[in-house]
Design a protein around this ligand. Structure first.
Ligand SMILES: [Mn+2]
Length: 253
């Protein structure tokens, strides 16, 4: 796939965690995200939403979780204006299926994708389960993506299933922020190690990931860079790519 800028820019953001940690702060965040989207819509050649957009999402056959209507209608509106939107699942919302593609015309990616933007090569994905380490999560992901486990979960009444999921989710990364995860870990940055490993066999200009909740812009090999998009619970960071290159920025409402 190839995206042309045509004097416009491409935007990347991840880890909105809508729904967490509570309804009130999630609504304020949702409002801020919508302001950001409004501020970029006139000059967006494409928008990449790179996973953990929802703190929890599960698509039953006939039911989706309540909430997030303003955010969903905003991205629907952007899509209707003709802006391509690339939506990725993260480790918190990996149970997304075809609702967004069918209702909104917004494709949902479950794996990293390779894409060319104005002759630059990008590898873009949420980043969960990649690189060395994270063994506990890799094991959990096998359970979460297991079709039989998903089949069992869907027969729980959604009021019960979603309540359990929220309790589970509040124990995970979001609340663990600040517990030794909020600083740069050097060679122990798993996604950075992953980028260096990929760089051995395939040339990219930019590796773009979320998941880490720490905005990073690091060199990988001779000419490529690893960008981590940060998060929107407290930092409101995003990346923008234009003719001058790629920059990490912070949204100020
Ligand atoms: Mn996250």
């Amino acid at each position: 796939m190839n995206i042309q800028l045509n004097q416009k820019k491409v935007f990347f953001a991840s880890d909105f965690h809508l729904g967490a940690p509570d309804e009130k702060s999630s609504r304020q965040r949702e409002e801020k995200i919508i302001q950001w989207l409004s501020s970029i819509e006139d000059h967006a050649a494409a928008i990449f939403l790179v996973g953990d957009i929802f703190d929890f999402w599960f698509e039953y056959d006939k039911v989706i979780p309540k909430g997030f209507v303003k955010f969903i209608s905003k991205i629907s509106n952007l899509r209707d204006q003709g802006i391509p939107i690339f939506f990725f699942t993260g480790n918190h919302d990996l149970w997304m299926k075809d609702y967004f593609s069918q209702e909104l015309g917004i494709p949902v990616f479950h794996q990293p994708i390779e894409i060319t933007i104005e002759n630059k090569h990008f590898l873009i994905g949420h980043g969960d389960g990649l690189g060395p380490g994270d063994q506990t999560y890799k094991l959990l992901k096998k359970l979460f993506t297991n079709p039989f486990c998903q089949w069992l979960f869907k027969w729980l009444h959604p009021d019960i299933g979603i309540r359990i999921a929220h309790r589970w989710s509040s124990n995970s990364r979001l609340t663990n922020m600040g517990k030794n995860e909020d600083h740069f870990k050097g060679d122990d940055e798993w996604l950075w190690a992953y980028c260096k490993q990929i760089d051995q066999s395939k040339a990219f200009d930019y590796f773009i990931f979320g998941h880490r909740h720490l905005p990073l812009d690091l060199p990988v090999g001779e000419k490529s860079r690893y960008i981590n998009l940060g998060e929107w619970v407290s930092q409101f960071t995003y990346a923008v790519f234009d003719n001058e290159g790629l920059k990490l920025k912070k949204f100020e409402a």
